[in-house]
Design a protein. Structure first.
Length: 432
């Protein structure tokens, strides 16, 4: 983007002005649109009405800034021999939400004017950075974002510039990952998403996400961690110790997908926490061992097991399931037998709690957004790039807040059930 300096003001372009009498915002907009149409001026695109209005707004703001700086209005005789005065303008092209806009930035003779609305060496307004971050969070690659800005706004933005913009989130990510947490959570959901990372060679690496529900019934992503393929219990002990150091003194229940070493690590950090295996994941894993024509039958026969009124009843139903399917699908029987100890805890709780902890559906919507962003990238050059992509996807969740409000209302009954079932461990006074 070029930058030229002019010592004298250029010839002013036509300005869209309302009549002298007072008009409402709606009337003013209508007048501007009508005039633009009558003169054959496009509303959008290069040289369109929106670009010209953006130019006028920016230049008016800059004019106000230099007036405050030098202490007198433009052409005011009070500025003579004042020690500092206006000194022409510098033409500068900045990228805005409506495309590239050339603005005239005023200067002063002392060279002390520091504009704020369009800072020195600034080439993009903040809205453009937010747009790039939003597109990146939705899974677009740097090349796709560059092509999108060129196609829609006629702006040439290099992939390196886009990378620089997205790299800014890393500082915020570090602060977010180390922020203080609540002292107690009724439920923490833990799940893993595999991403492809090129570390010498492209290989699948897990990115772990921990999401909690607060005592107010809101969702809170506690953190994200990249797995290194090392020993499971050791890895999870580090994660849970980090959460405890950030203030988490108690977790009532932790729901996971049978992650290796996790129950032992939980017991070390939070001895009273109940570890619950995700039923939905168990069913999905069971289906993988079955022929397509048996999927519905197996799922139907498993339902009496995880909806049984007690552990004893669940054991009876599982024996019936085993007699029917053991010969054809022994791997399914082994899967449930191995996971039994972490599968049955929720059977001793109220139905409201069962609805919450029998599956990780609460975290599935979060994972779906992450997977969408990750798949669009193919693979990542390093671990930091993968974590940045996941973090940006998480920060773009529920921008309107509607999902948060629905979630809070849905959690009222379960939270009351948790308070009773866990003998007062879950109380508002436990929060910071």
């Amino acid at each position: 983007m070029s930058e030229t300096i002019t010592e004298h003001e250029a010839v002013e372009e036509p300005v869209f002005e309302p009549t002298a009498e007072a008009v409402s915002d709606e009337q003013l907009v209508a007048m501007l649109v009508d005039r633009a149409r009558s003169e054959g001026l496009q509303l959008t695109g290069e040289g369109g009405l929106l670009q010209q209005l953006t130019k006028r707004v920016l230049e008016s703001a800059l004019e106000g800034e230099i007036t405050d700086h030098v202490g007198y209005d433009k052409h005011d005789v009070a500025g003579r021999n004042s020690g500092n005065s206006r000194n022409g303008t510098r033409s500068k092209t900045v990228l805005t939400d409506v495309g590239p806009v050339e603005v005239k930035v005023p200067r002063d003779t002392a060279g002390t004017f520091e504009p704020q609305i369009v800072r020195k060496r600034q080439r993009r307004l903040t809205g453009v950075d937010e747009m790039v971050l939003s597109l990146s969070a939705k899974g677009l690659t740097h090349g796709e974002i560059s092509a999108h800005l060129a196609e829609v706004y006629g702006a040439e933005v290099s992939k390196q510039t886009i990378s620089t913009i997205t790299d800014k989130v890393m500082e915020g990510m570090a602060e977010w990952q180390s922020r203080p947490l609540d002292r107690v959570y009724p439920v923490v959901f833990v799940d893993a998403i595999n991403v492809k990372i090129r570390d010498g060679k492209v290989a699948n690496r897990p990115i772990y996400v921990a999401m909690a529900v607060t005592v107010e019934g809101t969702r809170d992503i506690l953190g994200i961690w990249a797995g290194d393929g090392g020993e499971g219990a050791k890895h999870w002990l580090q994660v849970f110790t980090e959460l405890k150091n950030r203030g988490v003194e108690d977790v009532l229940m932790l729901v996971c997908d049978g992650l290796k070493g996790l129950p032992d690590a939980v017991e070390t950090v939070w001895p009273r926490t109940v570890v619950q295996t995700c039923i939905v994941h168990l069913i999905r894993n069971s289906i993988r061992y079955c022929a397509r024509q048996d999927w519905d039958k197996v799922a139907k026969d498993l339902k009496p097991v995880y909806t049984a009124p007690s552990e004893a009843a669940a054991t009876e139903r599982f024996l019936e399931f085993s007699e029917k399917w053991a010969d054809k699908y022994p791997a399914v029987i082994k899967l449930w037998s191995d996971a039994w100890a972490e599968m049955v805890p929720f059977l001793s709780f109220d139905v409201e709690i069962r609805k919450v902890i029998c599956s990780t559906n609460a975290i599935e919507s979060v994972n779906a957004r992450i997977r969408k962003a990750v798949r669009a990238r193919g693979h990542f050059p390093n671990e930091a790039a993968a974590l940045k992509c996941v973090y940006m996807a998480l920060m773009s969740l529920d921008p309107t807040g509607k999902g948060r409000r629905r979630w809070t209302m849905r959690w009222k009954a379960p939270l009351n059930a948790f308070q009773i079932a866990f003998d007062g461990r879950l109380t508002p006074t436990d929060q910071r």
